[in-house]
Design a protein. Structure first.
Length: 174
């Protein structure tokens, strides 16, 4: 057998060292490229999430005074504020299309107000801690109405002549 290259042990170690270094650098470069991709992807996703979940005051004073606030979920409130909370008269629009106009206390429906569902059902009456409570009138989109008293979003008594069996009990939106 004839040797093409004459290699002693020193040359062998040099070639081995060179080959080892080359392979290591290749692996490190590939890892860095993968890491760059991961880092770029992370920044992109984080940036996209931060833009899509931005809630902010879009008009006026949303701490003390009158202002309009756009929530991260798409809901919008325009009205009075006190210490950064919905307080006083205001209008709240839900992303579902439901609307509430009336009184607020500490970010909840409180006092008198009107809630209109997207299907045109309507409640006009008293609210307590975000729920229908007290006297109120519920009108279905079919024009049938219930005029009576509520306790924690439930009708206290329902007159059979007021509501037919085919009508469903009113359910508040969130």
């Amino acid at each position: 057998m004839r040797r093409i290259f004459k290699v002693n042990h020193r040359t062998f170690y040099k070639i081995s060292y060179f080959w080892y270094t080359y392979c290591l650098l290749t692996v490190v470069t590939l890892k860095l490229n993968q890491m760059k991709k991961i880092i770029y992807l992370t920044f992109f996703l984080f940036g996209a999430l931060s833009f899509s979940s931005s809630a902010q005051c879009v008009k006026g004073n949303c701490y003390n005074g009158k202002g309009t606030y756009a929530f991260a979920n798409g809901d919008k409130y325009a009205g009075q504020w006190k210490d950064g909370k919905m307080q006083g008269k205001g209008a709240y629009e839900f992303t579902t299309g439901d609307r509430y106009n009336g009184d607020f206390n500490l970010n909840q429906r409180q006092g008198s107000g009107t809630y209109v569902w997207v299907n045109k059902n309507r409640y006009v009456g008293e609210w307590k801690a975000g729920k229908r409570d007290g006297h109120g009138v519920f009108q279905w989109s079919s024009s049938a109405t219930y005029n009576g008293f509520w306790k924690e979003d439930q009708i206290i008594d329902m007159d059979v002549s007021t509501v037919t069996d085919s009508q469903e009990r009113p359910v508040p939106g969130k």
